[in-house]
Design a protein around this ligand. Structure first.
Ligand SMILES: O=c1ccn([C@@H]2O[C@H](COP(=O)(O)OP(=O)(O)O[C@H]3O[C@H](CO)[C@@H](O)[C@H](O)[C@H]3O)[C@@H](O)[C@H]2O)c(=O)[nH]1
Ligand SMILES: [Mn+2]
Length: 730
């Protein structure tokens, strides 16, 4: 070990393979054999009655099997990364590169300005030389409320940053920090704590009040020239570019209350005009890239959503290890952190965390060099994000990149930046195609990451034990499903586009990475076999059509083995990754619900989009809910409440399986022979499990809070399920 340690001392990060890979591969092979036997059985034993249903079962199992093979690629080659930030400090403390941080917001109602500035403040107070740090807020809402909040934050930062650094407080998002129980025993700390808390609460009150009123009073407007940009004609969808450098960090007077330098702070709202496609978050990121290049031009960019605050003040240094390692760092294009959330309850009722995805799958895809860019919590090398190919001979020294702030006044810089954020700037350029984030897809992040990899760069996935960023997860089923619909739709569009990893990535990225991408890109079509599996076996039970081998037959073995092995494996994997037993159970439910609603609609909409009948849209995930709803979320009670068509599907499936299981049990109890029971055990198991998973759905039929299933949905689902029962099975 000592010899190794010596050699390792030169590295700024190391990559370790996961343990037990061989055992996993053998295990995976046995499941594969089981799957192949199932396919074989379906082909060999086609029955006379229920022939079509049988073929449907075969097609479903074929799709499940192929999809399963893709998911194995994400587990085949799992690697874990470890940066050594103390080595970075020893070697490069005086050569640290400048870092530009981009925060995106889009709507002052769905994304309250007080939340947005908490994120901004958390990154302004990173443990990093402030003269090398710049924070840019892109406001697609074009709202003076957000601008006002940022102005308030810039003032508050003068107290907040020194307070954080003096007492080394964490987390550095004031909203998250003051929401915790903080031990204020030390008298000096207690005093300053109370002061800063009052300052924060006053500020928050002023901001929230302004948001409530929907406008800014004239005395406030007189305090900053920036408000002049908002005249009566400015609306969210129609306004000129607004660039306001709120703190010019290179100015010697930009200091906090203790006289330390402040990071640069810039407000940007790119031009919006009716008739111009603005390309959602990708468009705003590209405007940010250009505007920041005119001002601070840092070689490293951190990209965050407005709700993702920095939880660990040392994250920048960790990430830099991956860029500055002498041996491999020059090839690193981006460093992606997993999406973690601040508001997760114990058993994660909507399965927002995806424990196994974060800990195993993404690390497995990283093993093949295919780390996904997930849109937030990601450090980029500006060069690679701007469309450059990787080349060994041309390596930019990170600390030598120059900024453009010399000899220019703030006003002049602002004027120079505005055209860069104009609608027509990108016309006839490579922006959105070869440069910056790629346009035309609701998951701009994933496509962009793929194109960067195909240009020869090697991204890194890093999942530290202390979460680097914490965001806000959806707290209602509705919002969670809409988010998944946007994702699965965008992902499936990639599969159909010229960016399909098997074509676009052919010869450029590893086959394992291409397959790894497909684990996500194929979410939408996997809805079809799932839908089949939750409906047809149940109907078979009702109409006496057996669809599986008898329990005593040898053919039953592969079914039982594949089912048990996959289930136990996924349970163990979830538990190892930190989920609870109940959390895993909730995940199974969400897995069915997502596949039969979000993914299904995404599939349908993608086909419509493919035929050219619709345009890309982006529904922003809401980040606030009322107290009543929040309480139910905290008690892990599923929230329905509205009569969404997705809920109708969920309820119908639940009712149908309950009917059919009831019928099946009746048949067993009253009369039919033991022989028959044997034939139907697999189908009864499927319906039985679905009924168990759906217990919270049945409960929602009878609850009488505002989150229960509306009676219209209850009746609809019973009606549709009854109709389905009449459907004959061929
Ligand atoms: O026109 C837009 C729309 C959205 N956003 C911002 O994009 C971010 C993500 O939007 P959100 O509604 O929170 O979506 P999520 O589903 O939480 O976002 C995930 O998925 C998106 C792709 O679907 C990625 O862009 C995000 O980074 C990723 O966190 C937010 O900060 C928004 O303010 C914009 O800047 N402009
Ligand atoms: Mn979000």
């Amino acid at each position: 070990m000592s010899a190794h340690g010596e050699e390792g001392a030169v590295l700024l990060f190391e990559t370790k393979e996961a343990k037990g890979r061989t055992a996993f591969k053998l295990f995976s092979l046995t499941i594969f054999l089981g799957i192949v036997s199932i396919w074989g059985y379906r082909l060999i034993c086609i029955p006379r009655t229920g022939r079509y249903a049988w073929i449907g079962m075969f097609i479903s199992e074929l799709m499940f099997g192929i999809y399963w093979i893709f998911t194995q690629s994400a587990r085949w080659n799992v690697v874990f990364r470890h940066p050594f930030k103390h080595r970075l400090s020893l070697r490069y403390e005086d050569k640290l590169p400048r870092v530009d941080i981009f925060v995106c917001t889009a709507d002052p109602i769905l994304e309250p300005p007080s939340l947005v500035i908490s994120t901004v403040l958390s990154v302004m107070s990173y443990n990093y030389p402030p003269e090398k740090l710049s924070v840019y807020l892109s406001d697609d809402g074009g709202s003076e409320l957000t601008f006002y909040a940022l102005l308030e934050a810039s003032k508050f930062s003068k107290c907040w940053i020194p307070f954080c650094k003096k007492f080394n407080v964490e987390p550095r998002s004031p909203q998250a920090y003051f929401a915790r129980n903080i031990d204020i025993n030390h008298p000096e700390f207690a005093h300053e704590f109370c002061n800063i808390k009052t300052l924060y609460e006053d500020m928050k009150r002023r901001i929230d009040l302004a948001v409530e009123k929907g406008c800014i009073s004239n005395d406030i407007k007189d305090q900053h020239k920036g408000f002049l940009e908002w005249n009566s004609k400015v609306t969210k969808k129609d306004h000129q570019s607004i660039v306001q450098i709120i703190i010019d960090g290179w100015n010697p007077n930009a200091v906090d209350v203790e006289g330390n330098k402040l990071p640069t702070l810039v407000y940007l709202s790119r031009e919006k005009r009716p008739g111009w496609a603005h390309n959602f978050k990708a468009g705003s990121m590209n405007a940010l890239i250009r505007v920041s290049s005119k001002i601070t031009n840092a070689p490293i960019i951190l990209n965050l959503d407005c709700d993702m605050y920095a939880n660990d003040p040392d994250t920048i240094r960790d990430a830099l290890c991956f860029f500055m390692d002498e041996e491999k760092g020059h090839q690193t294009s981006y460093v992606q952190y997993p999406q973690r959330y601040d508001n997760i309850t114990k058993n994660d009722i909507y399965s927002n965390v995806a424990f196994a995805v974060n800990k195993i799958e993404l690390a497995g895809i990283d093993g093949f060099g295919g780390t996904l860019y997930c849109g937030t919590g990601c450090f980029h090398r500006r060069e690679s994000l701007c469309g450059n190919n990787y080349s060994k001979d041309h390596i930019l020294e990170l600390h030598n990149v120059k900024s453009n702030t010399k000899d220019k006044t703030v006003q002049k810089l602002e004027e120079e930046c505005k055209p860069l954020a104009n609608c027509n700037y990108e016309k006839d350029t490579q922006w959105g195609k070869e440069m910056g984030l790629v346009y035309g897809c609701p998951v701009e992040d994933i496509v962009t990451g793929l194109t960067i990899q195909c240009r020869g760069w090697k991204p890194v996935f890093y999942n530290p034990t202390k979460h680097a960023f914490l965001g806000i997860a959806p707290t209602t089923l509705d919002v969670a499903l809409i988010q998944f619909k946007r994702w699965s739709e965008g992902l499936f569009q990639i599969f159909f586009s010229k960016y399909c990893p098997f074509i676009y990535g052919h010869g450029k990225i590893n086959l394992g990475a291409q397959m790894g991408y497909c684990v996500y890109l194929l979410w939408a079509p996997i809805s079809l076999p799932t839908m089949y599996y939750v409906v047809i076996p149940a109907l078979g039970l009702l109409h006496n059509v057996p669809l599986f081998p008898e329990v005593s037959s040898l053919w039953f073995l592969p079914f039982a083995y594949v089912f048990a092995a996959k289930t136990i494996y996924s349970l163990v994997e979830s538990l190892i990754c930190g989920d609870t037993l109940k959390g895993w159970w909730n995940l199974q439910r969400m897995w069915i619900i997502r596949r039969t609603t979000s993914y299904l609609f995404a599939f349908i909409d993608t086909i419509i989009w493919q035929l050219g009948f619709s345009q890309t849209s982006f529904s922003i995930t809401g980040k606030v809910v009322d107290d009543d709803v929040l309480k139910r979320y905290q008690h892990e009670i599923m929230e329905f409440g509205t009569s969404s068509i997705m809920f109708a599907i969920i309820a119908t499936i639940a009712v149908l399986n309950l009917f059919c299981l009831g019928w099946g049990i009746k048949n067993v109890v009253f009369g039919t022979t033991l022989m028959d029971l044997e034939k139907f055990i697999p189908q009864m198991t499927i319906s039985g499990l679905l009924v168990l998973l759906n217990l919270p759905v049945y409960q929602a039929f009878f609850r009488n809070d505002n989150g229960c299933l509306p009676s219209s949905i209850v009746f609809k689902s019973i009606f549709v399920a009854s109709l389905a029962c009449l459907m004959p099975i061929y």
